[in-house]
Design a protein around this ligand. Structure first.
Ligand code: PLP
Length: 369
C-alpha cells in the first residue's frame, strides 16, 4: 500500500520528487518533510536493498529505486505465511553522525525467525551491511537531531517462486526499506490505557517467539477492537493458563514493583524484544534496580506501582491503567508518568541519540558513503 497522504499527520511529499532515479545521497534534510508532524506511516524513500536466494545461495544484493516487488502468484509468502521481518531504527546524533541501535540483535533474531520457518539465514554481516547501505542512501529522510524522529528500517525475508504445495519455497527475497518516523509521543511522554484481550496472539508452542507475519495477522482484530473501545492497544495473556501477562500487540511489557524491582514477563511465546533486553540491562546497571524476567500475574497488578510497554516503535509507552474484565486497574497515575519509567525512557533514548554513553557494542555508526 502506498500512503503519501496527509492523513494522521503524515507529510505531503510530491511523488514527482520520489519517482525515477534517486538523487545523490546527501546529509541535508528533506525539504518537504515537516519533521514536527511526522507520524508512523508509509513514505516512499529513495532506495531500498534487495537480494535473491537462488540455487542454494544468496546472490549479491543491490539498491533499487523500485518499491514494487514482482513475485510469483504461487509464492509461499502469499499463501502459507512463509515470511519474517525486523524493525530497527537509525538516529541522527548531536554531532551529526548516525547511530544504528543494536542491529546485531535484530540480525540474530531474524536468523532465528528464518530457522523457524525453514528459510535460509541471512548472515549478520549481510544484514548489517544492507541496513548501512539503506540508511546511507536515504540520509535526506533521516530526521534531524532534536526533532525526536528517526529512520525506521524494515528488513524482511519472503518465500517466493512458482509453487503450490505446502512446502518451503524454491526461492527467497531478502529486502530492507526505510522510512522516517516521528516521535511516539508528540506532546511528551504520556500514559496510555490498555485492555486485556480475550484472544491469543500465539500458541504455547507456536511461532510467538518468531517475528513472523502470522502472529500479526492474528493480532489485527484484537487491536482493532481495543482501539474501538478507546484503548491504546490490547495486552495478551499466556495462551496456556490465561493468568499471566505475555505482551502487547507490538511491544513487550514491564512493571515496577513497590520495592523498585523491574519485572518483565518470561515466556517462550513472546517476541524477545531488543528494547526489553536493553531495559533489563539499563535498569540494573544504570538505575541500580533489581531487574528480572518472571511472571506477572493479571490478578496481582496491585504489586506494581508502574507499568509500561516497550519496543522499537513504542519506545517506552507508560501504561496508565489496564482494563481486565470489569476491573480497571490504575498504576502510578492514569495521567502522569511514574519516575522509574521516566528515567528508563531518558536513559534509553539518551543512548539511542548518543547523548548518554552507550554500553559497549550497542551503537553501530552508519558509514556515510
Ligand atoms: C509482538 C512484539 N513484541 C515486542 C516487540 C518489541 O520488540 P523490539 O524491542 O525488538 O522492537 C515488537 C516489535 O518489534 C513486537 O512486534
Amino acid at each position: 500500500m502506498t500512503d503519501n497522504s496527509t492523513a494522521a499527520g503524515i507529510p505531503t511529499i510530491d511523488p514527482a520528487t520520489l519517482d525515477g532515479t534517486a538523487p545523490e545521497a546527501t546529509a541535508s534534510a528533506h525539504p518537504e518533510i515537516d519533521w514536527a508532524t511526522l507520524g508512523f506511516s508509509y513514505i516512499r524513500t529513495d532506495l531500498r536493498y534487495l537480494a535473491h536466494w537462488k540455487d542454494g545461495a544468496w546472490q549479491p544484493g543491490q539498491l533499487t529505486a523500485d518499491n514494487v516487488l514482482h513475485i510469483s502468484e504461487g509464492s509461499t509468502a502469499l499463501h502459507y505465511g512463509q515470511q519474517c521481518f525486523e524493525g530497527l531504527k537509525a538516529y541522527r546524533a548531536k554531532d551529526g553522525t548516525v547511530n544504528l541501535f543494536r542491529p546485531d540483535m535484530n540480525a540474530a533474531r531474524m536468523r532465528r525467525s528464518c530457522d523457524r520457518l525453514l528459510m535460509p539465514q541471512v548472515t549478520d554481516e549481510m544484514f548489517i551491511d544492507a541496513c548501512q547501505q539503506v540508511v546511507a542512501a536515504n540520509l535526506r529522510f533521516l530526521p534531524p537531531y532534536g526533532t525526536g524522529g528517526s529512520l525506521y528500517l524494515r528488513p524482511f525475508v519472503i518465500g517466493v517462486g512458482d509453487n503450490i504445495g505446502v512446502r518451503t519455497a524454491p526461492e527467497f527475497i531478502f529486502a530492507v526499506f526505510c522510512l522516517p518516523v516521528g516521535p511516539y509521543f508528540k506532546g511528551g511522554l504520556s500514559p496510555v490505557n490498555f485492555v486485556v484481550s480475550e484472544y491469543d496472539r500465539a500458541a504455547p508452542n507456536g511461532t510467538g517467539a518468531a517475528k513472523v507475519g502470522g502472529n500479526y495477522a492474528a493480532s489485527l482484530m484484537p487491536n482493532r477492537d481495543a482501539h474501538q473501545q478507546g484503548f491504546g492497544d490490547c495486552i495478551y495473556l499466556d495462551p496456556e493458563t490465561h493468568t499471566k501477562i505475555e505482551e502487547v500487540g507490538s511491544a513487550n511489557f514491564f512493571a515496577i514493583t513497590h520495592e523498585g524491582r523491574f519485572v518483565t514477563p518470561k515466556s517462550p511465546s513472546i517476541l524477545a524484544s531488543i528494547t526489553k533486553l536493553s531495559l533489563l540491562d539499563l535498569a540494573r546497571d544504570r538505575l541500580g534496580l533489581e531487574a528480572v524476567e518472571g511472571d506477572v500475574f493479571i490478578d496481582d497488578l496491585s504489586a506494581y506501582k508502574e507499568a509500561g510497554a516497550c519496543g522499537t516503535a513504542a519506545v517506552i509507552t507508560p501504561i496508565g491503567g489496564i482494563q481486565y474484565k470489569d476491573d480497571f486497574h490504575v498504576f502510578y497515575s492514569e495521567t502522569e508518568v511514574g519516575p522509574v519509567t521516566r528515567r528508563l525512557y531518558q536513559e534509553l533514548t539518551g543512548v539511542q541519540y548518543g547523548d548518554v554513553e552507550a554500553p559497549a557494542g550497542w551503537i553501530v555508526k552508519v558509514q556515510e558513503r
